[in-house]
Design a protein around this ligand. Structure first.
Ligand code: SF4
Length: 349
């Protein structure tokens, strides 16, 4: 029995009302029209009196020239998380990016989120609230939220139970109504988490943030690389791909002079040429100095093209992922950091 069903029974109502309430909540993108539901009078009054408020509310919104919309949501405990809506190449569609944790413990050197450290895991409800907030935004633009990726703040596979519970709700026909294939979970390469995702048997996508073709470079950028070697991560990704039958996505953020040399493209091709994995090449959005003082810069376009060309010549499918709204703090964690700074400054006056 679900928590909502148990609550209804405790109020002396039929548990079967739970399914209708949930359907209506999701269909209303997070709002519940109790009058339209024609519930027994006593139950309606009880719901009006006792239903908890939303798990997250909008604190701030930024819209970029390309239509990318970044939402900062304030959670019930006052903490904030970011969610992003990204226009699709098809005008009527948009893609959404959800956070899975408040802050992040992974310490990736070029990421703004990790600079404020890890605060806590998000609950499944808080991830669903992000999804519903993005769907409200999309509806207001006359568009359909078509795909979701767990690639915002946090490492989803270190909050696996809540992420899986959220995915289940998003993919439920009666609730989020996304297809499994419209959902992607992204990881820095937590091997046991990839294995657990494989074991679900779900037909979702997996994205792995590799960002370097050798362990030494990767460990400089991603401390978690010291725990899991590239070979072990790709072996786990192989098993996911073999079981699910769909290409794993390899994320590779090009950083000038760090991981973008032609020899590094060759090394990446060595790793991937015999695999059917697809490479997403990302443009770096500057976030200031790295945690260990390094200053990162994006790879110039012609060098990025040369990197991609080497991969393609070696038979690796490689695409550039468009840079999203750089003028609106679109790199993960930036909006949240600036909002916190502004709030602190306001409080000091
Ligand atoms: S890139 Fe992702 S995993 Fe790495 S620190 Fe940032 S939020 Fe965490």
């Amino acid at each position: 029995m679900s928590a909502l069903e148990a609550r209804l029974v405790a109020w002396g109502a039929k548990p079967s009302h739970a399914a209708r309430l949930l359907r209506s909540f999701y269909a209303g993108n997070g709002t519940l029209d109790l009058t339209a539901l024609r519930l027994p009078q006593g139950l309606r009054a009880q719901l009006e009196a006792e239903l908890p408020g939303p798990a997250a509310e909008l604190a701030c919104r930024q819209v970029a020239d390309d239509g990318t919309t970044k939402l900062l949501l304030r959670l019930a405990d006052g903490r904030t998380v970011e969610s992003v809506l990204m226009p699709d190449y098809r005008g009527e569609r948009v893609a959404g990016c959800l956070s899975s944790q408040v802050g992040c413990a992974m310490g990736c050197d070029f990421c703004a989120t990790t600079k404020t450290g890890f605060e806590r895991h998000l609950t499944a409800a808080e991830m669903v609230e992000q999804f519903l907030a993005l769907r409200r935004e999309a509806a207001a633009l006359g568009r359909r939220l078509q795909t979701i990726v767990f690639m915002g703040m946090g490492e989803p596979l270190l909050n696996l139970d809540h992420v899986l519970a959220a995915v289940e709700r998003l993919a439920d026909n009666r609730l989020g109504a996304l297809g499994w294939r419209q959902i992607t979970v992204s990881t820095v390469g937590i091997v046991p988490g990839i294995e657990a995702l494989t074991a679900t048997g779900w037909n979702i996508h997996l994205a792995v943030s590799l960002h370097a073709p050798d362990d030494a470079t990767r460990q400089r950028l991603l401390p978690m690389g010291r725990r899991y070697a590239i070979d072990d991560i790709l072996a786990a990704a192989d098993r996911f791909q073999a079981r699910r039958g769909r290409p794993v996505i390899i994320q590779y953020c090009l950083l000038r002079g760090v991981n973008d040399a032609p020899e590094q493209a060759q090394l990446l091709a060595d790793l991937l040429a015999s695999r059917r994995m697809h490479v997403n090449l990302l443009h770096y959005n500057a976030t200031g100095l790295g945690l260990r003082g390094a200053e990162y810069a994006p790879t110039p376009p012609e060098e990025a093209e040369r990197f991609a060309a080497i991969l393609r010549q070696r038979g690796v499918v490689a695409h550039f992922r468009r840079s999203r709204g750089p003028e609106i703090d679109a790199a993960c964690g930036q909006l949240r950091r600036r909002f916190a700074e502004a709030e602190t400054a306001a409080a000091a006056h």
